[in-house]
Design a protein around this ligand. Structure first.
Ligand SMILES: Nc1nc2c(ncn2[C@@H]2O[C@H](COP(=O)(O)OP(=O)(O)OP(=O)(O)O)[C@@H](O)[C@H]2O)c(=O)[nH]1
Ligand SMILES: [Mg+2]
Length: 295
């Protein structure tokens, strides 16, 4: 009997959750951005490790804000807690222990939710700093194990996967071991186009935009993708398009590369821009974009 189970990845915004999911999977399916609060939805990845099956759930960063969309994001993260056999709590190793989502971490301890503490981005600190941080966490932590990793240097992957498997239940595979995710292709494309928005637009606009995949036509060596960039205001539409359409071209060609890397096919991508005032506060619009809000 193999081991199989669900593993929720949670932590503060920007801790490196989506990067971890992509890195453990060996494929980029979740959007990554230097800007915090980038992920809005759960994304799953199915990772086979030594004939065991690990189903990873990436979640939006834990934060507290009032907007309807933010409530949805927090809910997504909390749901992952109850749906998981094991939690990976991620903390950026540079953060102060008390600031790295401390209250959420204590909550895991208090509720006896089995979790591994993963200290991320170890390439950005010295060995001494890392050791000091581990000691600090050891004082407050009830984690099964503390594992430092660096996705950039490729360190800690094997130890992390071995440890995850150690704590998973004996269980037959939940999914065909050949599939890498149960996400729909169009949802992965949506996430990757959103990454292009985060990469190519300023600090504010990405938070007020989203992507609607209008149409996806799949051929053997080519996918045709028609997507609308939803913005909140008229002024943002102008910024997304840019002078003589320069900005939207940049977004398009960046996104196209991400889609091509993922699919291994040629991508034809057509982008439109549409103003939908107040979309992030509108339940119906959020649902259309794939965010089911439970109130
Ligand atoms: N140097 C370094 N940077 C990293 C590492 N892992 C992630 N990052 C960077 O940290 C930033 C945030 O990464 P994400 O994976 O998007 O973080 P997240 O936790 O998913 O963020 P949200 O979805 O916003 O909650 C990105 O700029 C990543 O490139 C790492 O191991 N080393
Ligand atoms: Mg993320």
């Amino acid at each position: 009997m193999p081991k199989s189970g669900f593993v929720g990845i949670i932590g503060k915004p920007n801790a490196g959750k989506s990067t971890l999911l992509n890195w453990l999977l060996g494929e980029k399916i979740a959007l990554v951005s230097p800007k915090a609060n980038a992920s809005r939805k759960r994304v799953n990845a199915i990772v086979m490790h030594k004939d065991n099956q690990i189903i990873l759930l990436d979640t939006p960063g834990l934060h507290e804000k009032e907007k309807l969309l933010n409530k949805f994001m927090l809910n997504e993260a909390l749901k992952a807690l109850s749906d998981s056999d094991l939690i990976l709590f991620l903390a950026d190793v540079r953060d102060n222990v008390e600031k790295s989502g401390y209250q959420w971490f204590l909550e895991l301890n208090k509720k006896n939710i089995p979790h591994i503490l993963v200290l991320t981005k170890t390439d950005l600190v010295t060995k001494e700093e890392l050791e000091g941080k581990i000691k600090e966490y050891e004082k407050i932590s009830k984690a099964l194990k503390i594992i430092p990793i660096s996705a950039v240097e490729g360190k800690g992957r094997e130890e992390l996967l071995d440890t995850i498997v150690e704590y998973l239940p004996d269980h037959p595979y939940y999914y065909d071991p050949d599939i890498i995710s149960t996400e729909h292709i169009r949802d992965i494309y949506k996430e990757l186009i959103r990454e292009a928005l985060f990469e190519k637009l300023g600090d504010e606009i990405p938070y007020e935009t989203d992507i609607l995949i209008e149409k996806l036509k799949e051929f053997e060596n080519l996918d045709k993708v028609y997507a609308t960039i939803i913005v909140e205001r008229d002024s943002q539409k102008g910024m997304v398009i840019g002078k003589k359409g320069k900005k939207i071209k940049e977004i398009g060609s960046y996104a196209r590369k991400l889609l091509e890397n993922f699919s291994g096919k040629k991508i034809y991508l057509e982008l439109f821009v549409k103003v939908v005032k107040g979309w992030s506060k509108n339940k119906k619009m959020l649902e259309e974009l794939g965010y089911e809000v439970e109130l």
